[in-house]
Design a protein around this ligand. Structure first.
Ligand code: TEU
Ligand code: CA
Length: 543
């Protein structure tokens, strides 16, 4: 493909659905979601109207970090099925006009990967230099860098008398991107998947591949964009793919490189600036603070403005690492339905590619479990660490209930039968007890459900070019309760209004928008003249 060709990218009006395979649908009664399970639910996804599925990793893996620790990139973990199942999923999805986006974890492998097994044998093993090693003495790591899941980022290997570097768990050694052989192996693997008809890739922690541990650089290393351009040139640009990089360290300037319309890097990136707005400044996500709402509007507006015609945004509230948005910035009690729809309206009215995380379309909520009911390595390590540091059990649990990754990983709630229709046997992680009320079967029946609302939002994006292409303008930036913006494409103006509070908020339509308008969607059947109802949201087309 000529990267300079100005042909309209197919994925610009697309909506993507993220599946966390372990928790989506079990087909063989082992309590773990699998590929055949996903195939059996494709009709559901087609009904919702999504265009692509981002599948969290299904490669062979010891599952220390639920598949983000890969031991064979070119095989499927038996827990999820076989390569044939994967091929069948690609074919069956294609029949329904759905593309499969695979998750590429290129920063690290599992320590059980063949490459690492060789690498740790001796310093002159041909695979040794596939990873990042430093000399040192046992007990004195090269520096004080910490791993993302707790502990040191360095692990001693007596056989070679060296430390290896791992930004994540001990069992996730970092690959050495400075070694051209490593890069070539990864490109060949990607090309192999492209041959199989994969529709795109999500690139795990891609901004961390060019790390330079001697200078304590993790993300945005000096060679990062050189490596990404090479990766893109050698692989993605040979096909018609959608690619999205995960970049916690992105700012709009960097995002313009990543999502340059010339196609030299990716289609878009996930940026996380809005995600950190409910934590104490300078601290971690576990140190809770109320959402800074005005800042949320500013941050999102900034990204909308900055990437307009110079890049492309990913739009998301949720993923498998984040709490459920309705519990986080909505209200998962009295106004669960209203607030879930309100949050969806705000997100789906913006410019970019919206991502729906499994169960978000049902208004699934956070789970409040006891510590022994959680499975996530991050949560379990954090608990141990904080208790050791002297935090009280209750304090730590409050943080985990709010931010733990397992909030997103509880099984998909399909119906009100035992285990929510996810499995016939014991699920690998407990089902959220609210499944008897919150489930796909109920949502399907009810014309006013969150599910049908998402379906409509997806359709609006297909039918109104202004949602895909319009210029974004934030109104009432300092308003403490309302999120209001317009999208403008030539003479068409779309107005989006949302109340982020569980109470009536005074509001009357600004004079310039009082003329004739059509309500495209709203979470209330009737609008009031002088105020917005609790969590009310609407999209208007101004004429
Ligand atoms: O996440 C990257 C990442 O930085 C997360 O560890 C994040 O900081 C954390 O979840 C928020 O507390 C990606 C994957 O999405 C995640 O599931 C993996 O565990 C991680 O990479 C390692 O591959
Ligand atoms: Ca299974």
């Amino acid at each position: 493909m000529d990267i300079n060709s100005k042909k309209e990218q197919w994925w610009k009006p697309a909506v993507i659905y993220q599946i966390y395979p372990k928790s989506f649908q079990d087909s063989n009664g082992d309590g773990i979601g699998d590929l055949q399970g996903i195939i059996s639910r494709l009709d559901y996804l087609q009904e919702l109207g999504i265009n692509a599925i981002w599948l969290s990793p299904v490669y062979r893996s010891p599952q220390d970090d639920n598949g983000y620790d890969i031991s064979d990139y070119q095989d499927i973990d038996p827990m999820f099925g076989t390569l044939e199942d994967m091929e069948q999923l690609i074919t069956e999805a294609k029949k329904r006009d759905i593309r499969i986006i695979m998750d590429l974890v290129l920063n690290h492998t599992s320590d059980e990967h063949q490459w690492f097994q060789e690498a740790r044998k001796s310093r002159d093993n041909p695979y040794h230099d596939y990873y990042v090693w430093r000399n040192g003495e046992e007990g004195t790591p090269p520096n004080d860098m910490g791993g993302c899941f707790g502990g040191s980022a360095w692990e001693w290997v007596p056989e070679v008398g060296q430390y290896y570097f791992h930004q994540f768990a001990v069992k996730q050694p970092d690959l050495n991107w400075d070694n051209p052989k490593v890069r070539r192996e990864l490109y060949d693997m990607i090309l192999w998947w492209m041959e199989k008809g994969v529709g795109g890739f999500r690139l795990d922690v891609i901004d961390q591949i060019a790390k330079e541990p001697d200078s304590k650089i993790t993300n945005n290393g000096p060679k990062l964009h050189e490596y990404i351009r090479e990766l893109s040139r050698e692989t993605f640009q040979k096909g018609d793919l959608i690619t999205v990089g995960e970049a916690w360290g992105a700012n709009p300037e960097l995002a313009k490189l990543y999502s340059n319309p010339d196609g030299s890097e990716f289609s878009m990136v996930f940026q996380f600036e809005h995600i950190g707005l409910d934590q104490q400044e300078g601290k971690s996500k576990w140190d809770l603070a109320p959402l800074n709402f005005i800042e949320l509007k500013k941050v999102l507006a900034k990204w909308q403005k900055e990437l307009f015609q110079t890049g492309w945004n990913s739009l998301f509230w949720n993923n498998h690492d984040l709490p459920r948005i309705v519990s986080r910035w909505g209200n998962d009690n009295e106004y669960r339905v209203e607030s879930a729809k309100m949050l969806a309206t705000v997100l789906h009215g913006m410019q970019g590619t919206p991502y729906i995380y499994q169960g978000e379309e049902l208004g699934m909520t956070n789970a409040r479990y006891t510590i022994d009911e959680y499975c996530d390595i991050e949560t379990l390590n954090l608990y141990k660490e904080r208790i050791k540091e002297g935090y009280l059990h209750e304090e730590v649990m409050t943080s985990i209930h709010a931010k733990g990754r397992d909030n997103a990983r509880t099984p998909m709630q399909w119906d009100d039968s035992k285990h929510a229709g996810f499995t016939d046997s014991t699920p690998w992680i407990k089902v959220n007890p609210n499944y008897q009320v919150i489930n796909a079967k109920n949502e399907f029946k009810d014309r006013n459900s969150i599910f049908h609302y998402y379906k409509k939002l997806i359709l609006l994006r297909k039918n109104y070019e202004v949602i895909v292409k319009g210029k974004f303008d934030l109104l009432l930036p300092e308003h403490p309760d309302l999120f209001v913006y317009t999208r403008t494409l030539e003479k068409t103006v779309l107005l989006v209004i949302a109340n982020f509070r569980g109470e009536k908020i005074p509001f009357s339509m600004p004079a310039e928008y009082q003329g004739s308008k059509e309500c495209l969607i709203s979470n209330y059947s009737k609008q009031e003249d002088s105020y917005l109802q609790p969590y009310e949201a609407a999209m208007y087309l101004l004429k």
